[in-house]
Structures are given as C-alpha cells and as structure tokens.
Ligand binder design. Structure first.
Ligand SMILES: [Zn+2]
Length: 161
C-alpha cells in the first residue's frame, strides 16, 4: 500500500462540526484523530472545543481570509511532531522524521548527534530553549515518497512543512 493512501486525510478546514464557518482572524482548534492507519482532521470553534481525550494531537490556529496568504504555524508542526515522536508505527516514524527537519529549519529543534542501533540510525535532537531531548529514527524514504508525504503534511497541518 502506498504511503499516500495510508495518510489520506479528511480535510474539513475552515468549518466547525457544529456548522459554524470561521470568520477571518477567528481562533479555533484543530485536532487529529486516529482513523485506522490514517488521521481525521477536525476543526473546532471555541465553544465546541473540550479537549477530547481521544485526540491524537491538537493545536490552536487562526482563520485566514479567503484572499490572504496562508500563514505558517510552527505550533501545528510541533504539536504533531511531539505526538508522533513516541509512536512506534513505522509509517508514523517517517512523518516524525519529516517534521523534525522542518523544526530544525525553524530552529525549534537542534541536532546534537547521531546514534546507531544495529542497522537503524537515529538523530538526537534537543528542543530550544528547554533542552528536552528527542531521538528520531532516520527512515528509508524514497524521493517521490518524500514529496507525497510533504504534500499530505501541508494538507493535514494547513501550514508549510
Ligand atoms: Zn462549533
């Protein structure tokens, strides 16, 4: 099965489950829910959000106007990375690695070293400024697979990765 199919995301950006469409500048919460091998994305208006225990990951976002350029949201990248970093699923470890590259570019994570464990290679990372450490496996990702993953992440997180 291709990784693109594995990570097909339900996109409902811009509207809450209650039917409310977000106004420009309105704060809302996006949450990801596991759905088999995939994730469902749901957006919540302020009065509907109650931090559901089954959410895999969630973050705050602000609605952009229709003609506005999409804003970057490092909080979205961080929140999803943090949830993925403890996940043992091989496909999700690929996502964790991909997001860790973005977080290094944004200087939120700093690479402090590498580590080998048999045939597996890991990068050691440190979060700035609090020094929390993460270890992320370097996965085998083909170039075309990488592009597809990146595209899915952009759709899922609604921000550049
Ligand atoms: Zn609502």
């Amino acid at each position: 099965m291709s990784i693109v199919a594995d990570y097909k995301i339900t996109r409902t950006c811009g509207t809450c489950g209650c039917g409310r469409k977000f106004e420009e500048g309105e704060e809302f919460t996006t949450a990801l829910f596991e759905s088999g091998e995939t994730f469902d994305r749901r957006d919540f208006c302020r009065s509907c959000w109650n931090e559901p225990a089954e959410a895999y990951s969630f973050w705050r976002a602000r609605a952009a106007g229709a003609d506005q350029k999409k804003k970057e949201n490092p909080m979205a990248v961080w929140a999803f990375f943090e949830s993925l970093s403890g996940d043992q699923d091989p496909q999700r470890r690929k996502l964790a690695f991909l997001l860790s590259l973005t977080l290094q570019r944004k200087r939120i994570l700093k690479m402090t070293g590498t580590r080998r464990d048999g045939a597996r290679e890991f990068i050691e990372l440190e979060k700035r400024p609090d020094g929390t450490r993460y270890s992320v496996e370097v996965p085998d990702i083909r170039d075309d697979e990488m592009a597809a993953l990146r595209e899915e992440m952009v759709r899922l997180l609604d921000t550049a990765v």
